[in-house]
Each structure stands twice: as structure tokens, then as C-alpha cells.
Design a protein around this ligand. Sequence first.
Ligand code: NIG
Ligand code: FE
Length: 402
Amino acid sequence: MKILHGPFTQILPLTGLPLKGALKDYQLQIIPDGGIMVENGLILAVGDFETLRKQNLSAQINETKGDSVLLPGFIDCHTHICFAGSRAKDYAMRIQGKTYLEIAKAGGGIWDSVNQTRAADEALLTELLLKRIERHLAEGVTTIEVKSGYGLSVEQELKQLRAIKAASTQTKASLVATCLAAHMVPKDFNGSQSEYLKHVLTDLLPIIKKEDLANRVDIFIEESAFNAENATIYLTKAKQMGFDITVHADQFTTSGSKVAVNVGAVSADHLEASRDEEIKLLGNSNTVAVTLPGASLGLGMPYAPARKLLDAGACLAIASDWNPGSAPMGDLLMQAAVMSAAEKLSAAEVFAGLTYRAAKALNLTDRGILAAGMRADLQVYPTNDYKEILYHQGKLRSQIVR
Ligand code: NIG
Ligand code: FE
């Protein structure tokens, strides 16, 4: 059944824009009084509403009333929302000025979430995950990447990835799973960093392949997690097995982004500590630079140098990093809007970073713009001007169009 949605005061299809580099708002195509024809979840045509109506007299019409700005659904290309429990204790210590190390020593940090997540069964994890997915959908996010990384043993990582797979069959959101078994060396593993990575390569990744639980592999490169040398060996082998690679890079110290570019990762995420050298490297690469303002807000730390990355030619995406430790807020639009004020990003750069550039970070070619043949992931804002969306810093909310 063909459905014609509209008329929308403005449609921003995000088409015709470059994949990399800075963008100005005048480059945004805006279709006034627009319509969009959809069939079986795919876009058939985007254009002037009246013209489309006359050309398709048999189509069912889903009429829009009042002011409306239509955008592609947002794509959150980096989250850790498959977890159980809370780390409010960490946050309380952090705002009292305690350091990362002091918090970890007091029983906080990633390992605390590992213990809490291990204690939950797959059904509970699925239920908790679905609640977070529904919140994201209500906030305009239609595609969500979800990492494991709070299991850190073969059995527990599989439990997380199976919960993600189960959730994906019970929601309208589209989920993309990533294996982050290399989040840290688990405290109960009897061996070195490189032995743990070898164990993941031999005993976990083949099962993930066989059960089709994820086609992406992530690693946290940091002094408290994995070093560049071990990470390079691990990622090279994972890539040979057919996995797409993504990296937690340059969050507190540099070296991760260099590894990401060298191994041909689809994205390097975080980048708060990236300096001119790393910015230049990313700008000249095909690795998407993913900024995570939610982690900066959660940790009370500076943002990644988003402006400089764009000016250096990078493909910049913005994701929430929603997780129980460093980024508990999980409000993607609010975080992107707040960062855009600090980093001086144009609306075009922000919307690109939340749509087609985020799709690139996930290697997805069927979404992120509104054009014929693309998925009909649509959200509509109750306003007559797209500029109102960032201006309200996340308080103007969209609805998913179905
Ligand atoms: O992306 N940096 C590493 N991992 C997460 C934090 C996870 C946690 O603290 O639980 C991040 O910020
Ligand atoms: Fe993260």
C-alpha cells in the first residue's frame, strides 16, 4: 500500500551533501510544502506534496496538520545500553572530585557494571534494553548501535549479544550489535592483556560469526585498558575474520586514532584528547570521527575538537555513548545541540552527524538521507523552521512518522 505523508512545512532530505568536511546551512536542501511517498517501509519519492498527490491518486494520504519539519530518523552509532544496574555511586564520587582511579579502587568503574550485568539473566537484560530503546525512539532515534562489553567472558558476552538480538525482534528501532569484549582485561582472567585478546579471537569471535550475533568489533585503547600494539594485532585478525572495526580512541590519551586509521577502522570514537596530529590524520582518512558529547557532559571534561576535525576534512558523526558510567543521560539531540553551541557547529553539520555521516560509521548505505530507495525512517518536528530544533537544545521533540 502506497502512503503519501504530508504536507510538511519543510522537508530536509540531507541529500547532495559531501560525506566529509565542514558544511554551511545554505548547503541544506529544503523542500517547502513537501510530501514523501512510502511503500513497505521504503521511500518511493520525495518532493512537492501537491505534485506527488496528483501523480498518485490511488495512494493513501497521511495528512500532516500544522507546522512540521521532516528529517531522517537519527542514527546513534555508539551506545552501551545493554547493561543492568546503576553507577550513581560513581557519579556522586566524581562530582566530589574523586579521580577515575579512586572511583575504580572504591569498587566503581566498568568492572562494577560487569558484575551487575553478569548477575542479570538474558530476559532481564532484553527487557532493560528495550526500555532504553523505546526512550530513544521517542526522542527521534530510529537506528541504534549497541555494544556488548559488560560480560567479558565468552558466556557473558554471548548473553549480552543474544539479548541485543532478542530485543531487535521486539522493537521498531533498527539495532546494530558490536562486540566489545575488549573493553578491559577482566579482573577474573588469569593471564596477560595479549592472552585475553587471543582468547577472545579463538573462543568468542567464531561463535559470534556462526550465530550471526554481530559483524563489528570494538576495543578500548587506553592506559587502563589495551595498548596500541596489542590492539593492532587483535583488530587486524578480527578484520581478517570479516568484522568491521571500530575503536574507542583518544579518550584520555592518544594512540587509539592512529591504530584506527592504520587498520582501516570504519570509525574512531571519543577523540577528546586528539591533538593537531591526530586531527590531521583523521581528516585525511576514510575513518569516521565519532564525537560523544554525552561522555564529556557525564565526566565533566572537554568536548572532542569537533570544529577542528570538520575543518581538517573529517567525516564527523555525533553519538550518545549512552552507558551507565561515563554517559548516563542518553539524550542524543540534547547532547548534540549543547555541543554545537560550544564547538560552533552549523545545523547542517549537526544533522549530517546524526544521520548520513552516522550511517557511514555503521557502514549502512540504506538510510540517513530521504531519497527514493532508502528506508522510510522518518521523524517530524512541530515547528515551521528547522532552526528551531537546535535552538531549543533538545526540548523540541519529534514524533516518528509511520
Ligand atoms: O565509552 N571508554 C570506555 N567505555 C565507556 C565507558 C563505560 C563505562 O564507564 O561503563 C565509554 O565512555
Ligand atoms: Fe563508549
